[in-house]
Design a protein around this ligand. Structure first.
Ligand code: TA6
Length: 301
Protein backbone atom coordinates (compact mmCIF):
# COMPACT_ATOMS: atom_id res chain seq x y z
CA UNK A 1 0.00 0.00 0.00
CA UNK A 2 1.39 3.47 -0.93
CA UNK A 3 2.19 5.96 1.78
CA UNK A 4 -0.72 8.17 0.73
CA UNK A 5 -3.11 5.20 0.65
CA UNK A 6 -2.05 4.20 4.18
CA UNK A 7 -2.44 7.80 5.36
CA UNK A 8 -5.91 8.04 3.82
CA UNK A 9 -6.90 4.82 5.53
CA UNK A 10 -5.65 5.98 8.94
CA UNK A 11 -6.11 9.78 8.88
CA UNK A 12 -8.38 10.64 5.94
CA UNK A 13 -11.75 12.26 6.82
CA UNK A 14 -14.32 12.67 4.02
CA UNK A 15 -15.32 16.32 3.58
CA UNK A 16 -12.16 17.39 5.42
CA UNK A 17 -8.78 15.88 4.59
CA UNK A 18 -7.16 13.44 2.18
CA UNK A 19 -3.59 12.64 1.19
CA UNK A 20 -1.96 12.44 -2.24
CA UNK A 21 1.50 11.90 -3.66
CA UNK A 22 2.88 14.61 -6.03
CA UNK A 23 6.41 14.41 -7.50
CA UNK A 24 7.27 11.88 -4.79
CA UNK A 25 6.11 14.27 -2.06
CA UNK A 26 3.17 13.49 0.21
CA UNK A 27 0.64 16.33 0.48
CA UNK A 28 -2.37 16.61 2.80
CA UNK A 29 -5.27 18.31 1.02
CA UNK A 30 -7.90 20.02 3.15
CA UNK A 31 -11.21 21.11 1.62
CA UNK A 32 -13.93 21.85 4.17
CA UNK A 33 -16.96 24.15 4.49
CA UNK A 34 -14.73 27.13 5.24
CA UNK A 35 -11.56 26.89 3.17
CA UNK A 36 -9.08 24.95 1.10
CA UNK A 37 -5.49 24.32 2.17
CA UNK A 38 -2.65 21.92 1.52
CA UNK A 39 0.33 20.83 3.58
CA UNK A 40 3.47 19.10 2.35
CA UNK A 41 4.60 16.49 4.89
CA UNK A 42 8.18 17.49 4.21
CA UNK A 43 8.67 20.38 6.59
CA UNK A 44 5.01 20.21 7.76
CA UNK A 45 4.88 23.00 5.22
CA UNK A 46 1.49 24.63 4.77
CA UNK A 47 1.57 25.76 1.15
CA UNK A 48 -1.86 27.33 0.59
CA UNK A 49 -4.81 28.57 2.64
CA UNK A 50 -7.74 30.07 0.76
CA UNK A 51 -11.00 30.76 2.62
CA UNK A 52 -13.93 30.20 0.26
CA UNK A 53 -14.88 33.44 -1.51
CA UNK A 54 -11.53 35.10 -0.75
CA UNK A 55 -8.32 35.53 -2.73
CA UNK A 56 -5.58 33.26 -1.33
CA UNK A 57 -4.31 34.49 2.05
CA UNK A 58 -1.08 32.47 2.03
CA UNK A 59 1.22 33.08 -0.97
CA UNK A 60 3.08 30.41 -2.89
CA UNK A 61 5.64 31.37 -5.49
CA UNK A 62 4.64 30.43 -9.04
CA UNK A 63 8.28 29.36 -9.41
CA UNK A 64 8.35 27.18 -6.28
CA UNK A 65 9.40 23.57 -6.72
CA UNK A 66 8.71 20.56 -4.50
CA UNK A 67 11.84 18.43 -4.17
CA UNK A 68 13.17 16.20 -1.37
CA UNK A 69 15.38 18.17 1.01
CA UNK A 70 14.69 21.50 -0.70
CA UNK A 71 12.87 24.39 1.02
CA UNK A 72 9.68 25.59 -0.66
CA UNK A 73 9.40 29.30 -1.61
CA UNK A 74 6.20 30.50 -0.05
CA UNK A 75 3.55 29.16 2.30
CA UNK A 76 4.53 28.84 5.96
CA UNK A 77 8.10 27.54 6.31
CA UNK A 78 8.77 26.21 9.82
CA UNK A 79 12.06 27.64 11.06
CA UNK A 80 13.40 25.43 13.90
CA UNK A 81 15.52 24.93 16.06
CA UNK A 82 17.18 28.21 15.09
CA UNK A 83 16.11 31.29 13.13
CA UNK A 84 18.38 32.80 10.47
CA UNK A 85 22.02 31.68 10.28
CA UNK A 86 23.22 29.30 13.03
CA UNK A 87 24.95 31.21 15.81
CA UNK A 88 28.30 29.44 15.33
CA UNK A 89 28.13 26.82 12.57
CA UNK A 90 28.39 27.44 8.83
CA UNK A 91 27.80 23.81 7.82
CA UNK A 92 24.09 23.82 8.68
CA UNK A 93 21.15 25.46 6.86
CA UNK A 94 19.79 28.91 7.63
CA UNK A 95 16.49 28.80 9.53
CA UNK A 96 17.25 25.29 10.85
CA UNK A 97 16.55 21.90 9.27
CA UNK A 98 12.87 21.41 10.22
CA UNK A 99 11.50 22.75 6.92
CA UNK A 100 13.47 20.28 4.77
CA UNK A 101 13.03 17.01 6.67
CA UNK A 102 10.10 14.61 6.91
CA UNK A 103 7.34 15.05 9.49
CA UNK A 104 4.76 12.37 10.29
CA UNK A 105 1.03 12.78 10.76
CA UNK A 106 0.05 11.95 14.35
CA UNK A 107 -3.58 13.01 14.26
CA UNK A 108 -6.48 14.50 12.30
CA UNK A 109 -9.90 15.64 13.48
CA UNK A 110 -13.11 17.20 12.15
CA UNK A 111 -13.74 20.18 14.45
CA UNK A 112 -17.10 21.22 15.86
CA UNK A 113 -16.96 24.50 13.88
CA UNK A 114 -16.55 22.41 10.69
CA UNK A 115 -12.85 23.22 10.55
CA UNK A 116 -10.15 20.56 10.15
CA UNK A 117 -7.31 19.83 12.60
CA UNK A 118 -4.07 18.03 11.83
CA UNK A 119 -0.99 17.41 13.98
CA UNK A 120 2.44 16.56 12.58
CA UNK A 121 5.66 15.60 14.37
CA UNK A 122 9.22 16.01 13.09
CA UNK A 123 10.92 12.65 12.49
CA UNK A 124 14.48 12.85 13.92
CA UNK A 125 17.27 11.21 11.89
CA UNK A 126 21.02 10.77 12.31
CA UNK A 127 21.40 13.88 10.09
CA UNK A 128 19.14 16.00 12.31
CA UNK A 129 20.77 14.69 15.49
CA UNK A 130 24.18 15.64 14.08
CA UNK A 131 22.92 19.23 13.90
CA UNK A 132 20.78 19.16 17.05
CA UNK A 133 21.78 16.44 19.57
CA UNK A 134 19.36 17.60 22.27
CA UNK A 135 16.49 15.29 23.33
CA UNK A 136 13.34 17.11 22.17
CA UNK A 137 10.13 16.68 20.25
CA UNK A 138 8.54 19.23 17.95
CA UNK A 139 4.89 19.05 16.94
CA UNK A 140 2.98 21.40 14.64
CA UNK A 141 -0.79 21.57 15.09
CA UNK A 142 -2.84 23.30 12.39
CA UNK A 143 -6.57 24.15 12.42
CA UNK A 144 -7.97 25.18 9.05
CA UNK A 145 -11.34 26.99 9.11
CA UNK A 146 -12.58 30.56 8.93
CA UNK A 147 -9.22 31.32 10.54
CA UNK A 148 -5.87 29.56 10.23
CA UNK A 149 -4.41 28.57 13.60
CA UNK A 150 -0.90 27.15 13.87
CA UNK A 151 0.84 25.97 17.06
CA UNK A 152 4.53 25.05 16.94
CA UNK A 153 5.25 23.15 20.15
CA UNK A 154 8.70 22.15 21.40
CA UNK A 155 8.96 19.64 24.28
CA UNK A 156 12.29 19.25 26.10
CA UNK A 157 12.42 15.48 26.70
CA UNK A 158 15.92 15.63 28.19
CA UNK A 159 17.37 16.39 31.64
CA UNK A 160 19.15 19.64 30.69
CA UNK A 161 17.69 23.00 29.57
CA UNK A 162 17.64 23.59 25.78
CA UNK A 163 17.62 26.91 23.93
CA UNK A 164 15.82 27.35 20.61
CA UNK A 165 14.99 30.00 18.08
CA UNK A 166 12.00 29.38 15.83
CA UNK A 167 9.49 31.03 13.54
CA UNK A 168 6.47 30.62 11.38
CA UNK A 169 7.98 32.33 8.34
CA UNK A 170 4.66 33.13 6.70
CA UNK A 171 4.27 34.51 3.18
CA UNK A 172 1.02 36.47 2.84
CA UNK A 173 -0.61 37.30 -0.50
CA UNK A 174 -1.17 40.99 -1.19
CA UNK A 175 -2.77 42.75 -4.15
CA UNK A 176 0.29 44.98 -4.67
CA UNK A 177 3.15 45.33 -2.18
CA UNK A 178 3.43 49.05 -2.98
CA UNK A 179 -0.09 49.65 -1.66
CA UNK A 180 -0.12 47.77 1.64
CA UNK A 181 0.52 48.98 5.19
CA UNK A 182 1.53 46.90 8.22
CA UNK A 183 -0.01 48.13 11.46
CA UNK A 184 0.88 47.03 14.99
CA UNK A 185 4.59 47.78 15.04
CA UNK A 186 4.39 51.55 15.49
CA UNK A 187 6.97 52.97 17.91
CA UNK A 188 8.89 49.70 18.32
CA UNK A 189 12.63 49.14 17.85
CA UNK A 190 13.84 47.02 14.97
CA UNK A 191 17.09 45.58 13.65
CA UNK A 192 17.46 46.69 10.05
CA UNK A 193 19.20 43.80 8.24
CA UNK A 194 19.29 45.85 5.05
CA UNK A 195 21.28 48.59 6.80
CA UNK A 196 24.07 46.68 8.51
CA UNK A 197 21.94 45.45 11.40
CA UNK A 198 21.47 48.97 12.75
CA UNK A 199 18.83 49.59 15.43
CA UNK A 200 16.00 51.92 14.41
CA UNK A 201 12.60 53.01 15.66
CA UNK A 202 9.44 52.40 13.63
CA UNK A 203 7.50 55.57 12.94
CA UNK A 204 3.91 54.92 11.90
CA UNK A 205 2.77 51.84 9.96
CA UNK A 206 5.33 49.91 7.87
CA UNK A 207 5.40 50.87 4.19
CA UNK A 208 7.23 48.65 1.69
CA UNK A 209 8.96 50.82 -0.94
CA UNK A 210 12.28 48.92 -1.17
CA UNK A 211 13.90 45.74 0.18
CA UNK A 212 12.75 45.36 3.78
CA UNK A 213 14.29 42.82 6.19
CA UNK A 214 13.62 43.85 9.77
CA UNK A 215 13.47 42.09 13.14
CA UNK A 216 11.07 44.02 15.38
CA UNK A 217 11.97 43.54 19.04
CA UNK A 218 9.62 43.23 22.06
CA UNK A 219 6.58 42.85 19.82
CA UNK A 220 3.88 40.46 21.00
CA UNK A 221 0.71 42.24 19.87
CA UNK A 222 -1.35 41.70 16.73
CA UNK A 223 -0.11 42.89 13.35
CA UNK A 224 -2.56 43.82 10.60
CA UNK A 225 -1.73 43.88 6.89
CA UNK A 226 -4.01 46.54 5.38
CA UNK A 227 -4.58 45.77 1.70
CA UNK A 228 -6.70 48.50 0.02
CA UNK A 229 -6.38 46.80 -3.38
CA UNK A 230 -8.45 43.85 -2.17
CA UNK A 231 -10.28 45.92 0.48
CA UNK A 232 -9.21 43.48 3.18
CA UNK A 233 -7.11 43.32 6.30
CA UNK A 234 -5.20 40.21 7.36
CA UNK A 235 -4.86 40.01 11.15
CA UNK A 236 -1.89 38.19 12.64
CA UNK A 237 -2.45 37.33 16.31
CA UNK A 238 0.17 35.39 18.24
CA UNK A 239 1.33 33.99 21.56
CA UNK A 240 4.76 32.74 22.63
CA UNK A 241 6.62 35.14 20.33
CA UNK A 242 8.11 38.52 21.26
CA UNK A 243 9.78 39.34 17.95
CA UNK A 244 8.33 39.93 14.51
CA UNK A 245 10.10 39.85 11.14
CA UNK A 246 8.87 41.86 8.17
CA UNK A 247 10.51 40.87 4.88
CA UNK A 248 10.13 41.66 1.22
CA UNK A 249 13.16 41.15 -1.06
CA UNK A 250 12.04 43.82 -3.57
CA UNK A 251 13.07 43.67 -7.23
CA UNK A 252 16.87 43.24 -7.26
CA UNK A 253 17.07 40.61 -4.46
CA UNK A 254 14.08 38.78 -5.95
CA UNK A 255 15.81 38.63 -9.33
CA UNK A 256 18.91 37.12 -7.68
CA UNK A 257 16.85 34.58 -5.72
CA UNK A 258 15.22 33.42 -8.93
CA UNK A 259 12.34 31.48 -7.37
CA UNK A 260 9.77 34.19 -6.71
CA UNK A 261 8.42 34.25 -10.26
CA UNK A 262 8.03 37.25 -12.58
CA UNK A 263 7.46 40.24 -10.27
CA UNK A 264 6.41 37.77 -7.58
CA UNK A 265 7.83 40.10 -4.95
CA UNK A 266 4.96 42.49 -5.65
CA UNK A 267 2.36 39.91 -4.58
CA UNK A 268 3.89 38.76 -1.30
CA UNK A 269 4.83 40.01 2.13
CA UNK A 270 6.36 38.02 4.98
CA UNK A 271 5.17 38.94 8.46
CA UNK A 272 6.81 36.30 10.61
CA UNK A 273 6.00 35.42 14.19
CA UNK A 274 9.39 34.54 15.62
CA UNK A 275 11.60 33.78 18.57
CA UNK A 276 14.57 35.56 16.99
CA UNK A 277 17.46 37.88 17.95
CA UNK A 278 17.26 38.43 21.74
CA UNK A 279 13.93 36.57 21.84
CA UNK A 280 15.42 33.04 21.87
CA UNK A 281 13.72 30.63 24.29
CA UNK A 282 15.22 28.41 26.99
CA UNK A 283 13.06 25.39 27.85
CA UNK A 284 13.55 23.57 31.15
CA UNK A 285 13.65 19.77 31.22
CA UNK A 286 10.24 18.16 30.55
CA UNK A 287 8.71 21.61 29.81
CA UNK A 288 7.25 22.92 26.52
CA UNK A 289 7.31 26.14 24.52
CA UNK A 290 4.50 27.00 22.12
CA UNK A 291 4.60 29.54 19.32
CA UNK A 292 0.96 30.05 18.34
CA UNK A 293 -0.60 32.20 15.61
CA UNK A 294 -4.09 32.91 14.34
CA UNK A 295 -4.51 34.40 10.86
CA UNK A 296 -7.89 35.92 10.01
CA UNK A 297 -9.34 38.08 7.26
CA UNK A 298 -11.42 41.19 7.93
CA UNK A 299 -13.22 43.46 5.46
CA UNK A 300 -11.55 46.84 4.96
CA UNK A 301 -13.02 49.33 7.44
O1 TA6 B 1 13.02 36.14 7.45
C1 TA6 B 1 13.71 36.95 6.53
C2 TA6 B 1 14.90 36.16 6.00
O2 TA6 B 1 15.77 35.80 7.03
C3 TA6 B 1 15.59 37.00 4.92
O3 TA6 B 1 16.83 37.48 5.38
C4 TA6 B 1 15.70 36.02 3.74
O4 TA6 B 1 16.89 35.28 3.85
C5 TA6 B 1 14.45 35.17 3.96
O5 TA6 B 1 14.43 34.94 5.37
C6 TA6 B 1 14.36 33.92 3.12
O6 TA6 B 1 15.27 32.96 3.60
P1 TA6 B 1 15.34 31.54 2.79
O7 TA6 B 1 16.34 30.76 3.55
O8 TA6 B 1 13.97 30.94 2.82
O9 TA6 B 1 15.73 31.92 1.38
Amino acid sequence: MSDSAALNQRFGIPGHISFKETDGMIVAEIDNLHAKADICLQGAHLMHWTPHGQPAVIWMSPAATLAPGKSIRGGVPVCWPWFGPHATRTDVPGHGFARTVMWEVIGTKALEDNGTWIALRLVPTDATRAQWPYPSEVVLQIAIGKTLDMDLGTLNTGSEPITIGDALHTYFTVSDIREVLVHGLEGTTYIDKVDGGSYKKQSGPVLIEQEVDRVYLDTSGDCVIEDPGWQRRIRIAKRGSHSTVVWNPWFEKAQKMGDLGENGYRKMLCVESTNAANDIVTIAPKKEHHLWVRYSVEAEK
